[in-house]
Design a protein around this ligand. Structure first.
Ligand SMILES: NC(=O)c1ccc[n+]([C@@H]2O[C@H](COP(=O)([O-])OP(=O)(O)OC[C@H]3O[C@@H](n4cnc5c(N)ncnc54)[C@H](OP(=O)(O)O)[C@@H]3O)[C@@H](O)[C@H]2O)c1
Length: 295
């Protein structure tokens, strides 16, 4: 199978590159090869790609910054996804596309199902929803995989922020009224590869949810990070209004992932296990760095 991967440096993109099986030929398109701020550029890149299936792991993910960079967020998450879909549709190439829990309004406590009504509460969520809808309208055969609270040893994420803050504090206030499923980027990568294969085998496509379980609040996620990493940090629960942010966050980010399990046999990964792997990964990077700086 030949896969064209849009995204090189992101959390999920890096894990796909690490985990791709030997029988898959992966062509990776970073920002230099396909700049998603320009739909025309993305169209040209997709036109030139000789693959069986494409995976889009590119996104404008700066949630707060998106409030003031609406045009850029819309270009990357909306218009360029449309361009990608149009070329995929015209060439008959299926596509796996990633999206977010932020397309939902975030009230209540019930996990959102793939076909529940969307109503994003911030610019980032609206731009991701625009991308989903534009992709569907192109008629390209595709799977949209919505996920949440992604973490890995790469890039920026909550786990790395907690480790940085926890290194020189012994108490920390963390939001305890937002709930969701922390999701290891490594598991998303495996799922994207499995879904790409399913599309190549003729799957009709659709929208699915995939997050780690069990659902927790950020404060309990932080407690587990400190517990597993051995940092002695006491976490105090606070409500979201204690930390106002430019972009509103949904309180209920829980996603109902059952259709992915029923149709593909892919169940929610245990994020506590994924966290252990990420902490080991970060640790081995530190050891390698120490080793190389000694030699
Ligand atoms: N992170 C989360 O917590 C989260 C939650 C829910 C859903 N998701 C979704 O999951 C997917 C993967 O997220 P992630 O955490 O892997 O994202 P990420 O680590 O922020 O990576 C984003 C990727 O997009 C690339 N990118 C951004 N702007 C670009 C542009 N103009 N042209 C080309 N490439 C550009 C980045 O490249 P550069 O390094 O060059 O900027 C990077 O490779 C996204 O669809 C995201 O919306 C993420």
């Amino acid at each position: 199978m030949k896969i064209g991967l849009f995204g090189k440096t992101g959390q999920v993109a890096q894990e796909i590159q690490r985990r791709v099986p030997a029988n898959v030929v992966l062509t990776v398109l970073g920002r230099d090869a396909a700049d998603f701020s320009s739909p025309m550029n993305v169209r040209r890149a997709m036109d030139a790609l000789e693959v069986d299936v494409a995976v889009n792991a590119v996104a404008y993910t700066a949630v707060d910054q998106a409030e003031t960079e609406q045009n850029l967020a819309n270009a990357v998450n909306g218009l360029s996804v449309k361009a990608l879909g149009e070329v995929c549709a015209s060439r008959g190439i299926p596509l796996v596309h990633l999206s977010t829990d932020y397309v939902f309004p975030g009230h209540g406590e019930t996990p959102w199902k793939p076909d529940d009504a969307t109503d994003p509460q911030n610019v980032y969520g609206a731009s991701k929803l625009a991308g989903e809808q534009a992709l569907t309208a192109t008629g390209a055969r595709h799977i949209t995989l919505r996920t949440s609270w992604v973490f890995s040893a790469h890039g920026k994420n909550f786990v790395k922020t907690m480790l940085r803050l926890g290194a020189d504090r012994d108490t920390l206030e963390v939001v305890a009224d937002q709930f969701g499923g922390p999701t290891p980027a490594a598991d998303i990568a495996d799922t994207c590869l499995a879904l790409a294969d399913a599309l190549v085998q003729g799957h009709r496509g659709g929208t699915y949810h995939y997050t780690g379980g069990p659902d927790v609040c950020w404060a309990d996620f932080a407690r587990e990070v400190f517990f597993q990493s051995g940092l002695k940090v006491a976490v105090t629960n606070v409500t979201s209004d204690k930390f106002p942010t430019p972009a509103a966050r949904p309180l209920n980010s829980r996603l109902d992932c059952r259709s992915l399990e029923t149709e593909f046999g892919i169940s929610r990964p245990d994020w506590l296990v994924g966290l252990q792997d990420v902490l080991e990964d970060l640790n081995s990077r530190v050891q390698r760095f120490k080793g190389s700086s000694r030699s």
